[in-house]
Design a protein around this ligand. Structure first.
Ligand SMILES: Cc1ncc(COP(=O)(O)O)c(C=O)c1O
Length: 346
């Protein structure tokens, strides 16, 4: 059976070039700072994002956790979106492991938080309140249709942070999807961020790994925090080697994922029993709501799965599809055909 797997971009398999680079990687003990391949990846990411230094970590969750632990201390507060990955999907690691108090604000459908809401949430110096230390933005915004936050908005939030002496962290798990969709340089997008995490293991198809970047001082503190959460990985150059290929060979092709996601969204928009605003889709994530009364999204996902189309049901009426390296334009045509058949039978 033909399989089209769009559950996530994390299902991507490493490319032959990655496997080759992994097998040939020069390695050393990275906790001693002696892994040349990790060091090279960290230098590449720092350079690409216009930051002084970077740190290779196991996952996006670890990148975000280490960043929070580095910016905030016990009882400090951070402001983040109520739909953000860090708020929804990371087990409240900030509170569980860092004693950091999250202040969640409404994410608009485009992934932004209103500047006025952010400013109103910043605490005055008062014995009753936690101290606000950090603002977090997610770019692209996973649960908000993979929306990219533009340079103007990023700068406005950074300006607000600077005015109030706060730090800005960017969860850029899909930062290169944002730069691709916006047609901007990553350096410009994150110019004023104090820390940025990027993932190599999503649309860029590396098997493992994320990288945090920031100032030299921030990264040396983050390195200590990586160790305390068990993230010192020794001969990690085997993994970093794939990350280097991800950065050098896989960024430019993200435009194909975006084109395929747009095509999928347009096709679904024409189907009875579904509801979707294709204008919201500008990167690789497509949300579609099931409006047909006779089925839930879970049942529809199961019926599609039985026909080889793999999507995620995320809520009673909502399906998510994420285009990725293994999905072709012809796979989208095929997916749309199967959708029509399955909806007709349901
Ligand atoms: C926006 C965002 N941030 C962070 C993460 C966490 O990454 P990981 O699964 O590597 O921990 C994800 C995972 O999908 C994500 O979508």
């Amino acid at each position: 059976m033909r399989i089209v797997d769009m559950r996530s971009d994390t299902i991507t398999q490493p490319t032959p070039a990655m496997r080759k680079a992994m097998s040939e990687a020069k390695v050393g003990d990275d906790v001693f700072g002696e892994d040349p391949t990790v060091n090279r990846l960290e230098e590449m990411v720092a350079e690409r994002l216009g930051k002084e230094a970077a740190l290779f970590v196991a996952s996006g969750t670890m990148a975000n956790l280490v960043s929070q632990l580095t910016h905030c201390g016990r009882g400090d507060e951070m402001i983040l979106g109520d739909q953000s990955h860090m708020f929804v999907y990371e087990q409240g690691g900030c509170a569980a492991l860092g004693s950091i108090h999250p202040c969640s604000l409404e994410n608009k459908p485009d992934g932004t938080m209103a500047l006025a809401d952010i400013e109103a949430a910043i605490r005055p110096d008062d014995v009753h309140f936690p101290r606000t230390k950090l603002i977090v933005l997610e770019n692209t915004h996973n649960r908000c249709s993979g929306s990219p936050l533009n340079v103007g908005y990023m700068h406005s939030v950074a300006e607000l942070a600077r005015c109030y002496g706060l730090k800005l962290h960017v969860d850029g798990a899909r930062l290169f999807n944002a730069t691709t969709a916006l047609g901007v340089d990553a350096k410009d997008l994150v110019a004023q961020a104090d820390s940025v995490s990027i993932c190599l293991s999503k649309g860029l198809a590396a098997p493992v790994g994320s990288v945090v970047s920031g100032s030299t001082d921030f990264i040396s503190k983050a390195r200590r925090n990586r160790k305390v959460v068990g993230g010192g990985m020794r001969q990690a150059g085997i993994l970093a080697a794939a990350g280097i290929v991800a950065l050098t060979e896989m960024v430019d092709r993200l435009a194909d994922d975006h084109k395929n996601a747009g095509k999928l969204a347009q096709g679904l928009a024409n189907m009875e029993g579904l509801s979707i605003d294709p204008d919201l889709v500008s990167t690789n994530i497509v949300f579609v709501d099931v409006t047909k009364k006779s089925i839930t999204s879970q049942i529809l996902a199961q019926r599609l799965h039985n026909r080889g189309i793999r999507l995620l049901s995320i809520g009673p009426n909502r399906l998510r599809a994420v285009t990725n390296y293994h999905v072709t334009s012809s796979d989208i045509d095929y997916t749309l055909d199967i959708f029509i058949e399955v909806l007709k039978e349901s």
